[in-house]
Design a protein around this ligand. Structure first.
Ligand SMILES: [Fe+2]
Ligand SMILES: [Fe+2]
Length: 172
């Protein structure tokens, strides 16, 4: 699958990119920023810098946006872009299979994040004494979700950005 990255390596991504490719990178940049923000909030919680309410305020708006946008993003990729790429570049089927499997794996993490976030929110809203336990659980789920997500964003860009530069993307 790396022939695409070799044909148009990351060092050249500063050149003028097709609009869809630039937008794709911008979306991924947003997910990376949200992930960093949430990891930072979790580490402030663990260090004792914030209480459960403080964690809730720092984390929940970002987490909510992250879950919504990433789920929507994957739907558009797997349902619209990847089928188009399969048609225009048959050599990259196995790469797209891998990215589709990533989406399923990440979806399981998003599901776990959603459920831990709801439990944490209820505990904080109800001023329950187990709010710290729910905060710990949510922070752990965030930790587990991060590596696969970051790797997926990198791998997907290595395939999709050169492909769009060389062959063009579908209409948005
Ligand atoms: Fe993806
Ligand atoms: Fe993506």
């Amino acid at each position: 699958m790396l022939y695409l990255r070799d044909a148009f390596p990351r060092e050249r991504w500063t050149e003028a990119l097709p609009e869809t490719a630039a937008f794709w990178l911008q979306m991924h940049g947003g997910f990376r920023a949200q992930q960093r923000h949430m990891a930072d909030a979790a580490s402030r919680w663990r260090s004792g810098a914030v209480d459960p309410r403080g964690l809730h305020a720092a984390l929940m708006p970002t987490l909510q946006a992250f879950l919504q946008h990433l789920d929507g993003h994957h739907r558009v990729e797997s349902g619209h872009y990847f089928p188009h790429f399969r048609l225009i570049e048959p050599r990259i089927q196995s790469g797209l299979d891998l990215l589709d499997r990533d989406h399923d794996a990440i979806h399981a993490h998003l599901d776990a994040l959603y459920h831990s976030a709801v439990a944490f929110h209820r505990a904080v809203a109800g001023q329950s004494s187990d709010a710290p336990d729910h905060a710990n659980r949510l922070a752990d789920v965030l930790d587990r979700a991060a590596p696969g997500l970051i790797r997926h964003l990198d791998d997907e860009e290595d395939i999709v950005i050169p492909l769009m530069v060389m062959k063009g993307g579908p209409a948005a």
